[in-house]
Design a protein. Structure first.
Length: 111
């Protein structure tokens, strides 16, 4: 599930649109030596934190936590987050992609 700007969940977000948005920021701060275009982080929650009995509500809560983390540590960099509940044990987890270039044109540390 992917969230809309208002925080509601959607399953229909255009990957092409998201890719174009990331690419626009990368073009603003073009550097031929840059090897990293984005940072990928997976934040996984234990069954004690989210038991997935009400997946819609818990997915929204997980997104809010991850958005707060992204804002605190990566400021105005573009980010995309997607919630999943699959894999070993069906644990709730969030995939977070953070663009290497902030909207200001400055880059984030990716090492």
């Amino acid at each position: 599930m992917i969230h809309n700007p208002d925080g509601t969940l959607t399953v229909s977000q255009s990957g092409v649109y998201l890719e174009k948005q990331f690419h626009q920021s990368l073009k603003r701060a073009f550097n031929p030596k840059r090897k990293t275009q984005c940072q990928s982080i997976i934040i996984s929650f234990s069954n004690d934190e989210f038991d997935t009995s009400n997946l819609d509500e818990q997915a929204s809560q997980a997104l809010q936590l991850v958005q707060g983390y992204a804002k605190k540590y990566f400021g105005d960099a573009q980010s995309v987050s997607a919630v999943q509940c699959d894999g070993n044990g069906g644990r709730l987890h969030v995939h977070l992609l953070i663009g290497a270039v902030k909207t200001s044109g400055k880059t984030i540390a990716t090492s």
